[in-house]
Design a protein around this ligand. Structure first.
Ligand code: SF4
Ligand code: SF4
Length: 246
């Protein structure tokens, strides 16, 4: 309900978002190429501090993982050399195990910019990963099949668990996914959940669309919490250049 004589919380957040967009545009302006301005996109921002990964958090994750591995082992071992369904092919391409149909140089360049955008945000979406890391049995069916192919034998449940246990960091962002550390996700892409490998937040979708619409391979991104603009960078396939904030 809108308070009498004031603005409601949604309208107030819209106004703050508009102010953040204006601030990002103003910071990008002196760096914009004269001929054709690059897109400017506001991203979320992870603002958490890191902390040692608590033993209880680690154990909760391993309990969740064991349950999902048990469920995955209830299905027959998938043969990765057999013809794949479209869904399996897409999942394995997303996990970086095979080249997907869109693995041309343009798609790889956009992929590099999206990765740099997530690094500027520092993984706000990963804060929802908690002690499950979005890992469900379907992801572990894929992981099991992939490890069987690369190891030349069927991996045991303990061997699969050991891959995940070895990837747990000593420190992670407080209260975030067990694998969420300052360098990004500590899990190899092939071990991440299908959801982690596919997910694009609204801001990344906006960035992808803006790059496609303008034909530009570069863009400005500003990572902001609900009130403050925290980081800003100019991204290109070559990397990220930080833009100073006042
Ligand atoms: S997908 Fe969006 S929320 Fe997640 S790390 Fe990337 S920019 Fe941040
Ligand atoms: S497993 Fe990695 S990508 Fe997935 S939520 Fe956790 S930190 Fe993020």
């Amino acid at each position: 309900m809108t308070p009498r004589g004031g603005v409601g919380p949604i309208a107030a957040q819209r106004a703050r978002n508009a102010a953040l967009r204006d601030q990002a545009d103003a910071l990008a302006a002196p760096h914009q190429p004269a001929a054709r301005p690059l897109p400017v996109i506001v991203l979320p921002a992870n603002t958490r501090e890191t902390t040692p990964l608590p033993d209880e958090t680690r154990e909760q994750f391993l309990r969740h993982l064991r349950l999902q591995i048990t469920r995955a082992f209830a299905a027959p071992l998938r043969d990765n050399t057999a013809p794949m369904s479209e869904e399996d092919e897409a999942m394995r391409a997303d996990a970086g195990e095979i080249e997907g149909p869109s693995a041309d140089s343009d798609a790889l360049a956009v992929g590099a910019v999206l990765g740099a955008a997530c690094a500027t945000c520092r993984g706000e979406c990963c804060t929802a990963g908690g002690t499950h890391a979005f890992l469900k049995a379907a992801s572990l069916v894929r992981v099991r099949a992939n490890l069987a192919t690369s190891d030349g034998g069927s991996p045991s449940a303990d061997a699969i668990e050991a891959h995940y246990a070895a990837a747990l960091p000593a420190r992670h962002y407080r209260g975030s996914c067990v694998f969420h550390a300052t360098g990004g996700c500590t899990l190899a892409r092939g071990l991440r959940s299908n959801l982690c490998n596919r997910y694009l937040c609204g801001a990344l979708t906006q960035l992808t669309r803006a790059m496609a619409a303008t034909g530009e391979a570069s863009a400005f991104v500003a990572a902001a919490d609900s009130v403050h603009l925290r980081r800003m960078a100019l991204l290109s396939p070559e990397g990220a250049r930080a833009i100073a904030r006042p």
